[in-house]
Design a protein around this ligand. Sequence first.
Ligand code: RB5
Length: 144
Amino acid sequence: MIAIGCDHGAVELKNQMVEHLKKRGIECKDVGTYTKESCDYPVYAHKVTDLINSGECELGILICGTGIGMSIAANKVKGIRAALCSDCFSAQATREHNNANVLCLGARVIGPELAFRIADTFLDADFSNDERHIRRISMLEEDN
Ligand code: RB5
């Protein structure tokens, strides 16, 4: 189960992403927002990170206008490694090297087709489990 959330700047892309993933047989827990009424992105970032930290969802997707606010908010939460990606190479590398558990996207930065490919790449990639990456990730945990 994938947790997904967005702010008012990304409702359309979030809804399209839910449909795209559904076609791939991937169910999403959609925490909102559901309208274009102005809202605060940290609220939705925290709804998604809560689902990951509770173990209810393994991975999350957060979308705002730039993806930046969502990534800043998510990365302040212990146990969360959020990666803002605008390309597939980074999406794959961040799963393999950083064991990122949240993908952030900018709805005003990339179009839906690229966003779908980036999400597919992120969700299909696995952590490498390499000793050096495990060590580096455990060093990140000391930062919080
Ligand atoms: C909302 O206008 C915009 O600031 C937000 O979507 C996001 O880009 C923040 O980082």
